[in-house]
Design a protein around this ligand. Structure first.
Ligand SMILES: Cc1cc2ncn([C@H]3O[C@H](COP(=O)(O)O)[C@@H](O)[C@H]3O)c2cc1C
Ligand SMILES: O=C(O)c1cccnc1
Length: 558
């Protein structure tokens, strides 16, 4: 067969005969895969063959679980019915299964072509898949790509080593049909393939113009007279002096921030900034990177912890895609401020550029402005980003000059060897850093799109005289970044909860602040802010509603 013929005949196949695939056929196909280009000559593509019926059956169950999930997402009834009859896999019926994987441990040392995106390792595996597909077609066989799988569960099911990531599962065999020489989905009337490739010419460049982020111009210093008046009112409520403890400090702070003796929390809002981290590729989290995008969907569907607490306290929730490694549909109800598909790993090079730091601060600031315009005066900051306790730990260490060991915690639950690996990697990353020591250089090198957008949002909230609710470890590190730019941001910040993440207590101490709660939580998402919210309401309630000694006719102390 000529190349053109092979290309035209290649089909994503779901219907196979039970004819065994001879070893020579598979070997020839895998040799073709091995001839495919690989980024930086990494040769990181790995193959696993599945022949066992039992293994196939378990993989099929996983497919069925996710296929049900996919079907549930279809709203149109006719489309749902059409979808139900499509055969989208042949896991059990195909004589052979092939798992194409890539070994991400190649990222542990310098690898050509991965500086901009380590997706290139995965893309290399895809090139191998296409070669295998063409070789099988040439030999009279075919393959089907099973993409409806949860890769994390799939990886666990196969017992793949930690650094081996599955690209997908492929059904291999002799095709039982040629689908009338067209893609199966077209033959079945699901969709028509476009007649010709879509091609356009780029005729000019659009050079980025990033205005340097302007630190907030603050209004007049906080009003001393007002502070005295507030303290007087608090002290003359019908209670022993200081008897409402922390609520008194909180009432004083809220009054000062809102510049009134009768403060009210208006349209409270919680923003979760989500982004991915290149460092997650090195296995520093107990969970895979896909969880970030999956949790964003969970936030939208209302299923996360922060949804429950926001609903409980009537707090409006917004989600920002600050740089998740996933392309969300543009019509998803999130704020699209994507800086990229995750930062680069900071192990050997910078996570982002200085320009990106400025853009993050700017975009974060825009998020707050849009929320402020809804009449909100109280804003909480949460985050979601697999690997972000690592980024946060390094930023804390370098910005506060605290040894990294004291900043690292177990994050999502890394223990024993994995925790040791996290410690080693982060130590190594800091040792590898040869750049300047100013805050912006450090922020650019170690990054965190969501952390810096949060910092920008906090600075703008200060500028707008809003009350800032700070959550756990990561939110506090974002605050630290904002504080390095404008220390007065502290006047407006309420530290809601001391997380169980190891570095948080020390960070709060270093910032000289006291958290409202310590509930042993270590989640993030802004949950600490939401849980502490009733305390703010109690603070304003006693200030606004309690009688003074004079009004109630109660005798004050002698
Ligand atoms: C299901 C799930 C929901 C979460 N919600 C917040 N995080 C939290 O855990 C992550 C940080 O921990 P590490 O650095 O170990 O990855 C962040 O995404 C944080 O928001 C979650 C983590 C998971 C797994
Ligand atoms: O305190 C936090 O913000 C935190 C701790 C562990 C995991 N995720 C977030």
């Amino acid at each position: 067969m000529q190349l053109e013929e092979i290309l035209a005949a290649r089909r994503d196949t779901r219907h196979f005969t039970d004819e065994v695939v001879p070893d020579e056929v598979l070997e020839r196909a895998l040799r073709a895969g091995h001839m495919a280009p690989s980024v930086g000559l990494t040769d990181a593509t790995r193959y696993y063959v599945v022949k066992s019926k039992e293994v196939k059956q378990e993989i099929k169950k996983l497919f069925q679980k996710y296929n049900r999930k996919a079907a549930d997402q279809i709203e149109d009834e006719a489309q749902k019915t059409a979808y139900a009859v499509l055969k989208l896999e042949a896991i059990v019926d195909a004589p052979l299964g092939l798992v194409v994987c890539y070994d991400r441990s190649v990222l542990n040392s310098f690898t050509i072509g991965t500086v901009a995106s380590n997706d290139t390792i995965r893309f290399s595996a895809v090139c191998a898949v296409q070669n295998i597909w063409l070789s099988l077609t040439e030999q009279g066989y075919s393959m089907g790509w099973v993409s409806i799988l949860d890769y994390y569960e799939f990886k666990n099911l196969l017992g793949l080593p930690e650094d081996i990531e599955p690209l997908s599962y492929f059904c291999v065999g002799k095709p039982a049909t040629d689908y009338d020489k067209q893609p199966m989905l077209q033959q079945q009337g699901w969709k028509q393939k476009s007649a010709a490739p879509s091609v356009m010419e780029v005729e000019k460049v659009h050079l980025p113009v990033t205005p340097a982020f302007e630190p907030p111009h603050l209004h007049a210093p906080q009003n001393e007279l007002l502070a005295e008046r507030l303290q007087y009112i608090i002290d003359h409520k019908t209670k022993p002096t200081g008897a409402l403890g922390v609520l008194e400090d909180l009432a004083l702070q809220i009054g000062k921030v809102f510049n009134t003796t009768a403060p009210e929390v208006k349209h409270p809002h919680l923003v979760v900034f989500a982004a991915d981290h290149g460092i997650a590729q090195h296995g520093v989290s107990a969970y895979p990177q896909e969880v970030t995008s999956q949790m964003v969907k969970n936030f939208i569907e209302g299923g996360a912890a922060i949804n429950a607490f926001c609903q409980q306290h009537h707090i409006t929730l917004s989600i920002v895609d600050a740089g998740v490694n996933y392309d969300f549909p543009p019509n998803l109800p999130i704020l699209h401020h994507k800086m990229g598909r995750g930062t680069h790993s900071f192990l050997h090079g910078p996570a982002m550029t200085r320009n990106q730091v400025h853009t993050c601060l700017q975009k974060g600031s825009e998020v707050t402005t849009s929320i402020y315009q809804t009449g909100c005066n109280t804003i909480g900051f949460g985050e979601m980003g697999i690997g972000n306790t690592s980024t946060a730990a390094v930023l804390m260490s370098l910005l506060c000059h605290i040894p990294i060991e004291q900043c690292i915690g177990k994050g999502t639950g890394v223990v024993k060897e994995k925790l040791e690996k996290k410690q080693q990697l982060l130590k190594q990353a800091i040792e590898n850093y040869q750049g300047e020591q100013d805050s912006f250089a450090i922020l650019a090198h170690f990054g965190g799109f969501e952390i810096l957008q949060m910092a920008g949002a906090m600075l703008q909230a200060k500028r707008k005289d809003m009350l800032l609710l700070i959550d756990g470890f990561i939110s506090s590190v974002a605050f630290l970044c904002a504080y390095k730019i404008e220390p007065k941001v502290k006047e407006n910040a309420v530290f809601c909860h001391q997380s169980d993440e190891a570095g948080h207590r020390l960070l709060l101490q270093t910032l000289g602040v006291n958290p409202l709660l310590q509930l042993g939580m270590r989640l993030g998402e802004g949950t600490g802010c939401a849980v502490a919210f009733p305390l703010l309401k109690s603070a304003t309630a006693f200030l606004n509603e309690m009688a003074s000694f004079e009004r109630a006719g109660v005798s004050n102390k002698a």
